[in-house]
Design a binder for this molecule. Sequence first.
Ligand SMILES: Cc1cc2nc3c(=O)[nH]c(=O)nc-3n(C[C@H](O)[C@H](O)[C@H](O)COP(=O)(O)O)c2cc1C
Ligand code: SF4
Ligand code: SF4
Length: 252
Amino acid sequence: MVFYFSGTGNSRFAAERIAEAIGQKAEDVTAYKKSGESPVFTEGGAYLFSCPCYMSTPARSMTEFIESATFPQGVKAYFLITCAASLGASSRVCRELCEKKGMEYMGASQVVMPQNYIALFSMKDKETNGTIVNEALPVIDHIAETVKSGGKLDDKKVGSAEYAVTKWVRDLYYKDFMKTKKFLATDACVSCGLCAGICPMSNISMTDGKPVWDKNCTHCMACINRCPKDAIEYGKGSVGKIRYKGPESTLK
Ligand SMILES: Cc1cc2nc3c(=O)[nH]c(=O)nc-3n(C[C@H](O)[C@H](O)[C@H](O)COP(=O)(O)O)c2cc1C
Ligand code: SF4
Ligand code: SF4
């Protein structure tokens, strides 16, 4: 089975490409979260989880999904971590999660994809992002081949000191920096409601035709990047920056 969590489409794109290669369908884990159910899976074989790297660790929306779900003991678990530069300490988080859940850890591979963290960084232009996505394709295909053959992915060893620091920074970041106070909709907003519809945390509601952000945000950057009118800003930091519209938008 293939699962993904994705804000701006990178991890969904990779998951769907792999699912197609192995004759399966990729499922969005946010659908389970929204339904409020803790899923029970009974299918044996291999499970692949695809999600972005947030603060050098797999996005919490994915790890929480895995923690909440029940899987048959001993199934093979593969992890695909999309990132702008490096998966950091993700492999150790995934390995420990597998130990907890009784799954066989088959490795965590990084797939470098376009940067989407517009609250902190500038987005690359479409052509540069197109090159990044094209270079990622063989990496994704290699992961698909490995899953198909039942082999192990190349894995990064993460030392205890690196792991401890990473977890400390990540926890602090989730607690103190993933805020929504800076999000605002400008006059360019046409009240289409897309931002509210795509938010994986159901954190945006429409009031008088304008989006209003609640406090349950995971900084996935879907709303601000994917607004069709580029009408969302994150304080002054995002003004004038190119938006990242997802991997498909970069391919010719
Ligand atoms: C909150 C946040 C934290 C991020 N942290 C990292 C990081 O630690 N390392 C990295 O290489 N990329 C980081 N990125 C970039 C994303 O991992 C990357 O763009 C990813 O492919 C986005 O996936 P998506 O389109 O499926 O949401 C971060 C992005 C966000 C929004
Ligand atoms: S996606 Fe953009 S245009 Fe549509 S409601 Fe949200 S802010 Fe307004
Ligand atoms: S409100 Fe937060 S979680 Fe929702 S789409 Fe925007 S950045 Fe993502």
